[in-house]
Design a binder for this molecule. Structure first.
Ligand SMILES: [Zn+2]
Length: 152
């Protein structure tokens, strides 16, 4: 995590960019172990497995409804969606990995289009699902495809 550092924010710990990161750059890999049940720190791999950060720092990556990074569960890496400047908090959209969140929460990202309560992909409208289609894990992309085919 050479271009990021863990810092204290008003809402708790955050992973902050300390050196500029380019769009598409891998910010850090996602070491961990595969577990059968979700908790507030896991990211979903498929219907029955989740990646547990097992104490690694990436567990502190916060949610934003307008994130600057994407959690690529399939490649096990967090990548920048756009250039990220020093001082920005690294974030991804939890709805892009979780079907139904183990620990839903009220979002305070204050971004335009903030969803309010973040509960998981399952609870998004079809339009909201389509808006994040490019950031989805293979598992949720498959779900979106099933829905789209069913709607035709
Ligand atoms: Zn939000």
């Amino acid at each position: 995590m050479s271009k990021t550092a863990i810092e204290q924010a008003d809402f708790g710990q955050t992973i902050r960019c300390v050196l500029p990161i380019a769009a598409g750059e891998t910010i850090f890999p996602l070491p961990g172990r595969v577990v059968p049940a979700a908790d507030r720190y896991t990211v979903q791999i498929d219907a029955t497995s989740h990646l547990d950060p097992d104490g690694h720092d990436w567990r502190l990556t916060n949610h934003s409804c307008q994130p600057n990074a994407v959690m690529d569960v399939d490649r096990r890496e967090l990548r920048a969606l756009r250039p990220i400047a020093a001082g920005e908090d690294i974030s991804f959209d939890y709805n892009t990995t979780e079907w139904s969140m183990a620990a839903p929460f009220a979002c305070e990202c204050r971004e335009p289009g903030c969803l309010g309560t973040v509960r998981g992909f399952r609870f998004l409208s079809h339009a909201q699902r389509n808006a994040i289609a490019g950031q989805l894990s293979a598992c949720l992309r498959g779900q979106l495809m099933v829905e789209t085919l069913a709607a035709d």
